[in-house]
Ligand binder design. Structure first.
Ligand code: AMP
Ligand code: MG
Length: 385
């Protein structure tokens, strides 16, 4: 067997040849493990492999190898104080990364694993300190995507994996997104088709009392509440708070919240209010932007696209549909891809619609508010615009 090893001494700045490998996620699990043996070799040798999960694409490294994990930070340009999620393939793997498994964690794992729930627990020695950013807790999840599962099994390691994008950019939901951001910086991209859910996992800290959702995600808070009635949610909305990515002093409950996130290249304005008001206000602002000579990108639902008459928006406007307001899962699934499409069209400004915060809508709105970085047009507050 040829061992595909990367130069693990590489600091991540030296360009590397990125191999793209297409796999069929519907293949039988054992076939997938065999197909992924070269990817697993790369991980075991300290290299970096991007792979699909059911949430977004992840950038994997051996969670027990500090040098490998350090390369993830360099490849992504990720701030070193932002810890990574460790991915495991079965409950037994949990013992290798956490110091103890409380009953609550087991109940959550039974209910939501494999799936998009990340649980923060006390860390066990052996996990690279780069993974936890030097902290005494580790975030763990068991992904349900067959390719992610097979890769972890084939590597026989816990895999530390943040989203496989340049830090601050919209998360990648397709292998093309990963290629655009990370080609030349990582050894391999495993292309298993589009990620399904489209927003990242829910991060739940159960080391605190009461347990706290640090980041809303693929598992709705309502579902966690069925198992843990006292769960709280770290405040996510409103302008200028740390939860929107503003600067924050002192230790953070969720270090990821300190940093700019999910931001497209063009400034994104988020419209908040009754749907009919949003539709009108977005069209009106689109015309004003076009008159000022700017190319406008509209990040809107299929319903809004159908309602907005051609006459009411400028000819130059580019529309990227997220999904259907009636099916929030489709909006979550299409959100980051739509943002990236508008970016690649080179729009000067993006105007985005907002959604109800029930179920996965909370995660969608969290991403949109953070993408906007404070550029909110709140018709509830400032009247109809
Ligand atoms: P991503 O960067 O997309 O992988 O998201 C990982 C998220 O999990 C970030 O917001 C991190 O700050 C958060 N996270 C990871 N490990 C921990 C931890 N030990 N404690 C609290 N939050 C964590
Ligand atoms: Mg990320």
């Amino acid at each position: 067997m040829t061992l595909m090893c990367c130069d693990s001494s590489s600091n991540g700045l030296t360009p590397v040849n990125t191999v793209r490998m297409v796999v069929d996620p519907t293949s039988p699990p054992l076939d997938l493990e065999i197909q992924l043996s070269s990817a697993a070799d790369i991980l075991r040798c300290g290299g970096l492999v991007a792979f699909p999960t059911e949430t977004v694409y992840g950038l994997g490294a051996n969670a027990l190898d500090g040098q490998a994990v350090a390369r993830v930070f360099v490849a992504k340009g990720r701030p070193q104080d932002n810890p990574l999620i460790v991915h495991i393939a079965c409950l037994d793997d949990l013992q290798a990364v956490v110091a103890g498994v409380p009953d609550d964690a087991l109940a959550l794992a039974r209910a939501f694993w494999p799936g998009p729930l990340t649980i923060v627990l006390p860390v066990r020695g052996g996990v690279a300190r780069e993974v936890t950013a030097g902290g005494d807790t580790v975030a763990v999840r068991m992904p349900s995507h067959p390719v992610a599962m097979a890769l972890i099994r084939a590597a026989g390691l816990p895999i530390a994996a943040p989203s496989a994008n340049i830090s601050g950019r919209p998360s990648p939901t397709r292998a093309d997104h990963v290629w655009a951001d990370l080609a030349g910086r990582i050894e391999m991209i495993v292309d298993g088709g589009p990620a399904g859910i489209g927003v990242e996992s829910t991060v739940l800290d159960i080391t605190s009392s009461p347990p706290l959702v640090l980041r809303p995600g693929g598992v709705p808070v309502e579902a966690i509440r069925n198992i843990m009635p006292d769960v709280c949610v770290l405040p996510q909305h409103g302008t200028g708070s740390a939860a929107e990515g503003g600067e924050q002093e002192g230790p953070a409950r969720s270090p990821g919240l300190r940093h700019r996130h999910y931001a497209p290249r063009a400034p994104l304005w988020l419209f908040i209010g009754e749907w009919e008001d949003q539709v009108q206000a977005i069209a009106c602002r689109a015309r004003a932007e076009a008159e000022a000579g700017r190319v406008v990108g509209l990040l809107i639902s299929t319903e809004t696209a159908m309602t907005t008459s051609k006459a009411s928006i400028p000819d130059t406007a580019v529309i990227a549909q997220t999904g259907s307001r009636g099916r929030m899962a489709s909006v979550a699934s299409g959100l980051f891809d739509a943002m990236r499409r508008l970016d690649s069209e080179g729009v000067d400004v993006m105007l985005a619609e907002s959604y109800d915060t029930g179920g996965v809508g909370l995660a969608v709105m969290n991403r949109l508010v953070r993408s906007a970085g404070g550029r909110l047009v709140d018709m509830g507050r400032s009247g109809r615009k």
